[in-house]
Design a protein. Structure first.
Lengths: 206, 206
DNA sequence: GTCTATACGAAGATAGAC
DNA sequence: GTCTATCTTCGTATAGAC
């Protein structure tokens, strides 16, 4: 395995387990058994290494997402959501492939307050998110735009938190977490019900 | 204002805006116009400063949450969720009080991969979360335990992401975000629908 | 009791030798 | 391509002023 690939693999795992800011380049290069300066040579900087970690995996996932979305004719809310979630979830079935760690990293990065760090992931999903948001909105034509926006936020949050912690041990309050395929079904059930919920009391703006 | 309070205020804001790891004690003490060593004197360490930031605000919020929960007799799903969310949301109505920044910090810390950082917040809500999870489960007796667990994760994720980003400008995909009170109503509608959704296809474990 | 000045080791980044 | 040396900034610790 090349130095570059060794760094990518170890960085992905350590970023996911301890967070980007809390992981030092010395941790990565020591565990990958390469020289400290190799990171700067191959990737330029720590933040560019993070970008490379995201770019490597999002390519095939996003391609499959678009394929699934384009294959739908007159899609409903569930089909759109499933087309977005399934391509990532199905890769969890390959143990040892690193996809579980990657998903964990995606989830935590999605909620990172640091704009520069979050941008490394957002630049990978910006185009695809726009396509899916647009198509999803079309399945809910009667929903007020501000309610739709709020609910998309809620779905994104539910997804991100699930990605980040669905396999985490330190969850004393919520036990008995099911298998990846079952989590996907639970997430789709939940998100469809949330997106299509009746609109309750309207609060006047201002 | 005392040195201790100045440090707490500035730390809360900078941790919320840039993340805990990306904020240096020198950033904090420079903006608070106090000496660097004052942090170590008053709080002991950077992580203990974070704990103090959480402890200051969670006290009154959690007390009100328990009051509202105890006041309910034979509560339904919506009432339990509202008793948890409302005490924090209502404080957003006081502009300049720092509660919006605190909420942002709570949301991002909830999704932090670093166990030590997340523990600073979890220790503040552990007892209360157990009470609410237990009461919430009682309102959904027919829901399979693993589905309930998944859905609680989803609600927590929706909440955390909303806290962290509901006032953020860098959200090009989702516009027209409503006012705090409307976000609370939207969140309650969404979470109630998600928690009470019919259980779809059951996936065999393993 | 409070606060300040200052020093130490470790971190990320980078220039230049090989 | 790879590695050493070095720069700046970080969290932390300590001695002492008020």
């Amino acid at each position: 395995m090349s130095t570059k690939e060794k760094i990518l693999d170890v960085a992905e795992r350590l970023f996911a387990d301890h967070g980007f800011a809390s992981t030092s380049l010395r941790d990565i290069t020591a565990e990958a058994d390469v020289n400290l300066a190799a990171v700067n040579y191959h990737f330029g900087s720590k933040i560019d290494l993070l970008k490379a970690v995201f770019a490597r995996r999002f390519g095939p996932v996003n391609a499959e997402r678009l394929e699934r979305l384009d294959a739908l004719e007159d899609p409903d809310t569930e089909q759109v959501l499933r087309a977005f979630f399934a391509p990532l979830f199905k890769r969890l079935r390959e143990p040892g492939s690193g996809w579980a760690k990657f998903m964990q990293l995606v989830g935590s990065t999605h909620s990172d307050t640091n704009d520069e760090i979050r941008a490394c992931m957002l630049e990978q999903i910006r185009v695809i998110a726009a396509r899916f948001t647009e198509t999803l909105a079309a399945t809910l034509p009667e929903l007020p735009p501000d309610v739709f926006s709020s609910r998309v936020h809620f779905v994104v949050g539910a997804m991100a938190h699930t990605f980040a912690f669905c396999r985490h041990k330190d969850m004393p309050l919520v036990h008995q977490l099911p298998e990846p395929d079952a989590i996907l079904e639970n997430l789709v059930d939940f998100a469809v019900a949330g997106m299509t919920a009746p609109v309750g009391n309207v609060v006047a703006p201002g």
